[in-house]
Design a protein around this ligand. Structure first.
Ligand SMILES: Cc1cc2nc3c(=O)[nH]c(=O)nc-3n(C[C@H](O)[C@H](O)[C@H](O)COP(=O)(O)O)c2cc1C
Length: 184
């Protein structure tokens, strides 16, 4: 069993990214992992925008990263990249906050034109933070994510299958990650 931190990087109160991550958390829990959700939008704006490293919410988030064996990082695609609030949080974490960790990058977006945003924008940042293993990520179109009347989530068939596969690969990679000492 591994400890997983599941970070949703959307500022939206009705975030599809957030819903999707919480849906995928259930799959990881069913596989025996302990999953802690972290929604960046719940961190006070003054802490994020004022670069207040000592704010309890930032200290708490830093501890969650430190404790995790694996981290799911989900973001909406905004302006062909990941969200600003996600970057604001990542900027306040220690330089090698992902050292020794397995990371699953996920994105939701409105257009397949930006399907590669995970690879050209998010992955280099995760790598610079020392991630030991960044597994294959997945981009999900927002139109494939539906919230049913009862509040549950439905993901359109091909996307659902692909997401299950990347989550299962991430799950399998947890525990196989070599522990690398943080450089510097
Ligand atoms: C300000 C803004 C910028 C966006 N820019 C893009 C974009 O460049 N490419 C894209 O594919 N989708 C873009 N979208 C669509 C969102 O990525 C998509 O609807 C996503 O699922 C929203 O996730 P959320 O509900 O978690 O915030 C944008 C949406 C907003 C609100």
């Amino acid at each position: 069993m591994a400890t997983v931190l599941s970070v949703s990087g959307s500022p939206s109160a009705s975030s599809r990214t957030n819903r999707l991550l919480r849906h995928l958390d259930d799959r990881l829990v069913a596989q025996g992992h302990e999953v802690t959700p972290l929604d960046v939008r719940t961190i006070p704006a003054e802490a994020l925008l004022g670069a207040d490293f000592r704010h309890p919410a930032i200290v708490g988030a830093t501890e969650l990263f430190a404790r995790a064996d694996g981290v799911v990082v989900g973001t909406p695609v905004y302006k062909a990249s990941y969200s600003g609030v996600l970057k604001a949080l990542l900027d306040l974490l220690p330089q090698y906050a992902l050292a020794g960790k397995t990371v699953l990058p996920l994105a939701t977006g409105g257009s397949t034109a930006h399907v590669l945003a995970i690879d050209y924008a998010l992955r280099p940042v995760l790598s610079s933070m020392g991630a030991a293993h960044i597994v294959q990520g997945w981009f999900t179109l927002d139109k494939d994510i539906t919230v049913r009347d009862d509040g549950s989530l439905a993901v359109a068939a091909p996307a659902d299958q692909a997401l299950s596969q990347v989550v299962d690969r991430f799950s399998a990679a947890l525990g196989r990650t070599p522990v690398l000492a943080a450089a510097g």
